[in-house]
Design a protein around this ligand. Structure first.
Ligand code: PA5
Length: 447
């Protein structure tokens, strides 16, 4: 088993009988997912994806990845939200948060179209100067402003540098199978396209072509990743009773804690390669549960770094938070602490020990301190940081999110709230259309 829930540090807050009393709600949520009878059931494509994925497309992804690896030294991935976070999380988790700096025979990978920062774009264009560049634009709708603007800029760059024909071989598009302006443009220009399945929402899409192409370009074993997800599916979807299902226990504990006033969940990592994974997790849970005036606010910290900043408020601030630690058990890298004859820092009692031993001890010490301070800690124990572990964990989090959302009574698969800012922005930017004109007039008096 790759993900195991350790409830040692939550027992002071949730009794075993309270957890067991959740069984009926968990089973009801399980039925809604498995029978595809809950809200948003049209977006359950991720559920069987690890078995049912398009094998022909998967093979195309691998050959596109090796073509990209051969043809460029800079690969720019353009996308935002669910069309961005999963790939970046995977590459940083499996390879390194410093992927571009490590010794490797794969291209440097940069992400664009995930903001509207002209400074970030300027820097990236400068980085691309004199380099061979390929791009992958990813947008399910094909009309999201941030990636659409970035794509315009990079398409122009590639067409100027390589000509229309040359650019065609360097532009890879991941979008809807048949619909949307991006699909239309790609067909017209002859770009190779990959599919965001209709029944998979952005934040559940990392194991589709959305994540798989960039992840494969980074040199990750995407077969192992899918195998991990398939094994998690076999492990967690077959047992509806929460006593035998750690994924469902996580969903149940979250809801119990929420009902006891714990309104913020902090994802805790003790290694920086988890930082982007935390960003992916925040989108998954925030967008899935935060609606109808409900939802646990998902936050994240990387310890021990953040113990020296946010540690104070976690220890002694308003008691409305709980933490979920992702505890990666098997460390890849061991650094032995040297002996220092001067011992001015008085740390010679650690000489000869692994740094990871100190880090793990920091984790235990912090969990105990936070529990004493009134902060429940859930611990998810993950075997390691391989591709297999990543796929397994992604599936665990996705399924737990769906179950948790149904227990909460929301549709875990829609995101109506994200339209509000977009509509205002379109109006203020002068997008043509009567609805934008009316909104513009209304907003003008308020800013
Ligand atoms: O989860 C989601 O649906 C969103 O985060 C989208 O992925 C994001 O808005 C990007 O949308 P699109 O892929 O249509 O450009």
């Amino acid at each position: 088993m790759s993900v195991k829930l350790n409830n040692r540090y939550v027992k002071d807050f949730i009794r075993d009988d309270e957890l067991l009393a959740m069984n009926a709600e968990v089973k009801a949520a399980h039925e809604l997912v498995m029978n595809r009878s809950g809200k948003g059931a049209d977006f359950l494509g991720w559920l069987d994806l690890p078995e049912n994925y398009d094998k022909e497309e998967f093979a195309r992804i691998k050959s596109a990845a090796s073509k990209i690896q051969k043809n460029c030294n800079v690969f720019v991935v353009i996308g935002i939200g669910g069309s961005y976070l999963g790939a970046r999380a995977a590459i940083e988790f499996v390879k390194s948060p410093r992927y571009n700096e490590i010794k490797k025979d794969t291209p440097d990978i940069y992400f664009a179209g995930c903001d509207l920062s002209s400074s970030a774009m300027r820097e990236l264009l400068d980085i691309c100067e004199g380099k061979d560049v390929c791009i992958n634009v990813i947008s399910k709708s094909g009309k999201t402003t941030e990636p659409a603007l970035a794509f315009r800029i990079f398409r122009e760059l590639l067409e100027k540098k390589y000509g229309e024909e040359g650019a065609k071989d360097r532009i890879f598009v991941t979008t809807d199978k048949t619909r949307g302006k991006l699909k239309e443009l790609s067909d017209g220009k002859g770009y190779e396209t990959f599919v965001v399945p209709d029944d998979v929402g952005g934040r559940y899409s990392v194991l589709t072509a959305v994540g798989m192409l960039p992840i494969a370009v980074a040199g990750c074993d995407i077969d192992a990743m899918m195998k991990g997800a398939a094994d998690a599916r076999a492990e967690y979807t077959t047992v509806s009773d929460l006593t035998g299902n750690d994924c469902y226990k996580y969903a149940a504990y979250r809801n119990l804690l929420y009902r006891k006033g714990k309104k913020t969940e902090i994802f805790v990592g003790y290694d920086n390669y988890l930082a982007m994974l935390a960003e992916w997790w925040k989108q998954l849970y925030g967008e899935s549960e935060g609606k109808d005036g409900k939802g646990i606010f998902p936050a994240s910290v990387m310890f021990t770094t953040d113990l020296h900043s946010l540690g104070q408020i976690i220890q002694q601030g308003e008691r409305t938070i709980f933490e979920t630690v992702l505890d990666v058990q098997n460390r890849r890298d061991e650094i032995i602490i040297p002996n220092d004859p001067l011992n001015l820092d008085e740390l010679n009692f650690l000489s000869g020990k692994n740094m990871s031993y100190v880090n793990r001890t920091a984790f235990k010490a912090t969990a105990l301190a936070h529990v004493d301070g009134g902060v429940p800690n859930l611990v998810l124990e993950l075997d390691g940081r391989s591709e297999y572990d990543f796929g397994y964990m992604v599936y665990f989090y996705e399924l737990a999110c769906a179950i948790s959302g149904y227990i909460l009574g929301v549709n875990p698969f829609d995101q109506p709230g994200v339209e509000a800012y977009k509509n205002n922005m379109y109006a203020l930017l002068g997008k043509p259309g009567e609805e934008h004109d009316a909104r513009r007039a209304e907003l003008a008096g308020r800013i």
